[in-house]
Design a binder for this molecule. Structure first.
Ligand SMILES: NC(=O)c1ccc[n+]([C@@H]2O[C@H](COP(=O)([O-])OP(=O)(O)OC[C@H]3O[C@@H](n4cnc5c(N)ncnc54)[C@H](O)[C@@H]3O)[C@@H](O)[C@H]2O)c1
Length: 352
């Protein structure tokens, strides 16, 4: 399927991955509608879609109020469902907020989708966090699901809504279980968005990098352009045999290697290890690496960008427009705030 003239809906489309997806869809000639109220504490930023603002319809609504944009749901050929909260730490500090954003809002949204556009293809941004601590690596889709934090539990509930509604023929959903995604338009200003956001914030502000633990834990970051390609393929695929697909990066690297690559790309900054803070140790999953065989077989998808190259282009992106991502005069983008200070107030916002 080509996306040319195809009406599509992108929830969470002002956020990191959603905006990159919206941009690519515009490039491909799709009629793009974005739904995103810029939930405080999440990574949405209107500047993310500045270059295509005229070509995108933006509905500033929470997906839990989907009845208000039922017409956009009705006309969508594909719904890319990326609305959500990514932070595991936020989910532990504010579990009910995470429940409202990642589960309740999804349930309400999907019910409206079923009512107004039964059988529509929905591509949901799931997470590898649902698996919990790996029993084996690389991890495939058959691995037991034992999340270690509320974010994993709540995202898994939404994951199951998509699959359950597809089993009964009410939706035609596919769940992409993403590993750590990085790249342009990732939020740098909000704390606890993951180690890649923290590393980028540090190197763009000239600070050294700290790695928790011994730095030997493996991660397989995937560049956002590759992740976007997986969404596009999943949205366009004809009948789906498999509805749960892992999306991982091309290489499993230790956190120390990742930090050193970032520090080198920044022209040489210090990298130090330090003991895990208690709240992070409690939800650390150890090493993780994705088995991407199933998505390769199902959609022909394979990650392309090596980390060292992806991080170079990410830094080039931010250097050209840093004020939109780290602006001390904009409280949503305040890099001078130490982790958590001021953020708790913002997180009191209830999503629904
Ligand atoms: N970034 C990653 O590494 C990663 C990894 C695994 C899964 N995911 C999933 O991918 C999706 C997108 O992540 P991201 O990194 O782009 O996050 P992000 O915070 O940059 O973007 C999420 C966007 O969703 C919006 N949003 C949140 N709740 C909403 C609601 N109820 N209604 C409408 N919009 C809402 C926010 O305002 C924000 O703009 C999330 O669902 C996340 O769980 C991301």
């Amino acid at each position: 399927m080509s996306y040319r003239n195809t009406p599509v809906l992108v929830t969470g489309g002002l956020g990191f991955i959603g905006s990159n997806l919206a941009l690519r869809l515009v490039e491909q000639g799709a009629q793009v509608t974005v739904v995103d109220p810029l939930v405080p504490g999440c990574g949405g930023n209107l500047h993310n879609i500045a270059t295509v603002r005229e070509q995108v319809e933006v509905i500033k609504r929470d997906i839990s109020a989907a009845g208000h944009f039922a017409s956009a749901i009705r006309r969508a050929r594909v719904i890319f469902n990326l609305a959500g909260e990514v932070s595991h730490i936020h989910s532990m500090e504010f579990p009910e907020r995470d429940l409202l954003i990642n589960t309740v809002a999804q349930l309400r949204f999907l019910q409206v989708c079923v009512r107004h556009n039964p059988g529509v293809r929905v591509v949901y941004a799931g997470t590898r966090q649902v698996y919990g601590k790996p029993e084996y690596l690389p991890m495939d889709e058959n691995h037991p699901v034992r999340p270690v934090d509320f974010n994993g539990v709540h995202k898994y509930a939404a994951n199951m809504y998509h699959l359950m509604l597809s089993r009964s023929g009410q939706l035609d959903a596919v769940v992409l279980r993403l590993t750590n995604v990085y790249g342009p338009r990732m939020s740098l200003a909000i704390p606890c968005q993951g180690f890649l956001s923290t590393f980028l914030r540090c190197i763009l502000t000239g600070q050294g990098l700290e790695v928790f633990g011994d730095g030997k834990q493996l991660r397989d970051p995937v560049f956002v352009d590759d992740a976007v390609e997986a969404f596009l393929l999943a949205g366009a695929a004809p009948a789906l045999q498999e509805r749960t697909l892992n999306v991982g990066g091309p290489e499993a690297l230790s956190l120390l290697e990742i930090a050193q690559t970032c520090a080198r790309a920044a022209g040489g900054l210090s990298v130090e290890t330090r003991p895990f803070p208690e709240e992070r140790a409690a939800i650390d999953i150890g090493s993780y690496a994705t088995d991407c065989s199933l998505i390769r077989k199902t959609l022909g998808w394979k990650p392309q960008a090596r980390f060292a190259d992806g991080i170079e282009s990410t830094l080039a992106f931010y250097r050209a427009r840093l004020r939109h991502y780290l602006d001390p005069e904009n409280p949503q983008a305040d890099c001078s705030l130490p982790e958590h200070k001021g953020v708790q107030r913002r997180l009191k916002y209830a999503a629904v």
